[in-house]
Design a protein around this ligand. Sequence first.
Ligand code: 1GP
Length: 238
Amino acid sequence: MRKSILAFIQNTSFKGEKLLAILLDPDKTSLDKLPEMASRIENLKANFIFVGGSFVENGITDLFVKTLKTHSEIPVILFPGDFSQLTNHADALLFLSLLSGRNPEYLIEQQIKSVPFLKNSTLEIIPTGYILIDGGTNSSVLKMSNTKPISQENIQLAVDTAVAGMYKGKQLIYLEAGSGAKVPVNSQIISAVKKHINIPLIVGGGIKTKEQLNNAFENGADLVVVGTAFENNNSFKF
Ligand code: 1GP
């Protein structure tokens, strides 16, 4: 039987160990680059590969993950911008609800649209509360979701949103500054949210340096996601 990815994340979080995921956007990475990318991810000792994006062409994620799987054994977790990005070639799915936003499309509509696929799927489905924090740019996820992020100063709102997500039954909370964010989620928000939840915490968006990575970990992130810095720099390392 396949091991549960959620159980693995819960377990490492419980032990205080830290996890790294590299995000690949099928819209930005061509298939012929995948062998090289996969070996770079392997060298970074990343625990997961996240696959997804805000504006991925319909249908390309399936072949993307299938090809990726021929080059890497690292578990692939879907991080989809919409329900068309689902594929059984991945191992798990972050079943996201955009809790910081007030757009029903990303709170429940996309989730309903995914059910016909998921009913017959082998994907491990991981209920995840997704919270956008202002990263100083009009990120793709903001444009696509047409929602407002939580200000970096509004720690209370970030905490209450995360705790509400936990009470609603989410298994993970994901604090997102947006891909290519000028500023990552700040330390105060990470540590305050971590203090008030007892489920694992994911942090991503705008993390480019080892200092920023360690800062997120030290303040309570269990899993950090890096996309742009890896994509843009062939010799990227932490
Ligand atoms: C994952 O969207 C982020 O949470 C990725 O952000 O591309 O800025 O690393 P970057």
